[in-house]
Design a protein around this ligand. Structure first.
Ligand SMILES: [Zn+2]
Ligand SMILES: [Zn+2]
Length: 143
């Protein structure tokens, strides 16, 4: 069960709803990140459970699938983590027999070239550098 919290800056009024560090749900792991380009906090998806479809026709098509996986387009797609919201709205992997964990690098959901770093409560406000105040009650429970 993952939890998101309200974080608020008493100086500049910046507010964010993030987990405030590393957290995990049943099907995904997140890490709160601070983006130096956006000057915002995000929950970045670091691991996502994805289903592995059983190869059709007893694996006859496997060489084709492997070839497709190696293509550049497919590769760059795999490297980009989904946004937190997109990951949450995915269908759950319940009932899927085969699943594996896909790992992702910390990445800003706005742009892959933004400079981000892990942010863990009580790290400073990304806008002004004050310590952010954490609301004690979870903003929401997810997954
Ligand atoms: Zn950014
Ligand atoms: Zn601030």
């Amino acid at each position: 069960m993952g939890r998101s919290f309200w974080f608020e800056c008493s100086r500049c009024g910046y507010r964010a709803t993030v987990s405030g560090g590393a957290d995990r749900g049943r099907d995904l792991f997140v890490q709160t990140i601070s983006c130096r380009d956006c000057r915002k906090l995000y929950d970045a998806v670091t691991r996502l459970r994805i289903s592995e479809p059983t190869p059709p026709f007893g694996g006859l098509l496997r060489p084709l699938a492997a070839k497709a996986r190696k293509s550049k387009a497919a590769k760059s797609k795999m490297d980009s983590p989904p946004s937190f919201e997109a990951a949450l709205s995915r269908l759950p992997c319940q009932g899927v027999r085969r699943s594996r964990w896909q790992h992702y690098k910390l990445q800003c959901p706005v742009s892959a070239i933004h400079r981000v770093s892990a942010w863990n409560d009580p790290d400073p406000c990304p806008q002004c550098g004050m310590v952010l105040e954490k609301n004690a009650l979870p903003y929401r429970l997810w997954d």
